[in-house]
Design a protein around this ligand. Structure first.
Ligand code: SF4
Ligand code: SF4
Length: 122
């Protein structure tokens, strides 16, 4: 199937009941369920949340709102941030009512600070 044929089949809603996986071009397609953990999306981040454990009340608002399941929790206690998958959207810091999360600019990847561990994350 050519690219034109595939796109046409995909966008032709009249043929919806005949769509199969072969109608879609490779790319941006999640074939296997539950595999997002395999994709390290932390590199997309321009800002990172930094957690202040002393200010945290474990209210779990950040955990509820994080779209990437990157707030780490054990036995109902926040333990850190999964920087391997956190995309830096800032929702957690926006939702925190206790100023326990602050967004900071990621260091320039070419600077000496790049890759240095950050307090409050894992
Ligand atoms: S929203 Fe703030 S206070 Fe609540 S668990 Fe997250 S960091 Fe802690
Ligand atoms: S910045 Fe966004 S992706 Fe990262 S921990 Fe906060 S809510 Fe989740």
């Amino acid at each position: 199937m050519t690219q034109t044929q595939a796109s046409k089949t995909h966008t032709d809603v009249a043929n919806f009941d005949r769509w199969t996986s072969s109608c879609f071009l490779p790319g941006a397609v999640v074939i296997d369920p539950g595999n997002s953990v395999l994709y390290a999306t932390g590199g997309w981040r321009s800002d990172r949340p930094v957690w202040n454990e002393e200010a945290c009340t474990n209210c779990m608002l950040c955990w509820v709102h994080c779209p990437d399941s990157s707030i780490l929790v054990e036995d109902r206690i926040m333990t850190g941030i999964d920087y391997e998958h956190c995309k830096g959207c800032g929702i957690c810091a926006n939702e925190c009512r206790f100023d326990a999360l602050e967004m900071i600019l990621e260091p320039d990847p070419l600077s000496e600070q790049a890759g240095a561990p950050v307090k409050g994350g894992n």
